[in-house]
Write a protein that binds this ligand. Sequence first.
Ligand SMILES: Cc1cc2nc3c(=O)[nH]c(=O)nc-3n(C[C@H](O)[C@H](O)[C@H](O)COP(=O)(O)O)c2cc1C
Length: 451
Amino acid sequence: MTERMHLNLFTMNSVEHVSPGRWTYPGDQSHRYTDRDYWTEVARTAERGGFDAVFFADVRGIYDVYGGNRDSAIRNAIQTPANDPQALVPAMAEVTEHLGFAVTRSTTYTHPYQLARELSTLDHLTDGRIAFNIVTSYLESAAENLGLDERMDRQTRYDRADEFMDVCYALWEDSWEEDAVVQDRERGMYADPEKVHAIDYEGEFFSVPGPHSCEPSPQRTPVLYQAGSSDRGRDFAADNAEAVFVSQPTEAGTRSYIEDMRERAADRGRDPDSLLFFPGIVPIVGETEKLAREKHESFREHVSTEGTLTMLSGFLDMDLSQLDPDQNVEHIETDAIQGAMNAFTKNDPDREWTVREVAEFSGLGSTSPVVVGTPEQVADKLQYWFEEVGVHGFNVKEISRPGTLNDFVNLVVPILRERDLVREAYEGETLRENVLGAGQRRLRDDHPAKQ
Ligand SMILES: Cc1cc2nc3c(=O)[nH]c(=O)nc-3n(C[C@H](O)[C@H](O)[C@H](O)COP(=O)(O)O)c2cc1C
């Protein structure tokens, strides 16, 4: 177990992310996502709060399932428009020293040789502060835009993702020996060809001879985050993730998810305690409880129900405009985000949800618990989850920008620091050291990539 909480800001290089309607809130600055100054300020604030990383979600495609067209997605800015998150990293790294950057990249729509190069480059430029949030993507419209006739089914996406990661590991870990770069001016030898190896990967989806085009970056393999939560997604996370983003709306669901994931990690010869769990959390903080409740109410009034149903219809690949708001959500097997479906239908057998309830709940941060209260009350809740439920930290989800982050860092972090639950200073130089502990610059030896 790590001793202190890990904090990530969960955000997106777009107007809306997972709180539809947010941009209409008075004073909200979500529309400034195209402004570099907005993001550098976010980076400074997150580092001031001792956050491990800013975690950028990203999707390809448009949310056109609701009502069978894209009108609501465009009207409500549901993750469209969205700029490329990776391009923000150099600017945000420039104004910080320790903060990490987790970028979401899809194994379905990129090539591993290309992606390995991009992330190695960023890891060099940030002195080892990069994480890769591995996703397989879910929107049909992305497939159509990116050269496929239709979305690959989930199993094929994960088959491809397995191979994708094998290629990346071979490039990052095995291609360049540690002492391959000699920079010997007298002999005119920059790198020793004997120590730079082909990977000769031949698979069903990829054929990559290598070698990797980049010399080893500080972390070699970036820190690996994953969030898949279907059965196959969990296996994939147990094979690859160093930290898992938990997306369960209830404590019971979170507990059973963690238990299950630890078992899967142990089955693969990994130390289950080395796998970290970060649930999303939506903090709403006020100086008094009354103020916090008023804030909560006012945020709720600004939730866009249509926008939320549009987002969820994309997650589930199910047109929620066709359902009666008061009918219970029935379980279906979907080729989109099965985990989001399961969160409401399977993971907590004691709870049933109507369409309306799911929409109301999900409008403030999708499938994560909302915590409302004074700074002390919010800190108490996080401490409870950290000490009793067994999570290692939190993804702070924003329902106002930059208000959620500012309130959290200015009001809650000082209390968590008084309780020695959040770092005063960063322990390590690289992101992996700050996530897994000082000295852990590289993948652990029990990670499947090393076996
Ligand atoms: C907390 C969380 C964050 C996610 N972020 C993204 C994202 O930014 N982009 C994306 O394409 N998929 C994202 N996903 C989707 C998953 O990575 C995965 O592709 C999807 O859940 C389908 O797999 P599953 O059915 O195993 O859950 C996210 C899922 C969760 C639970």
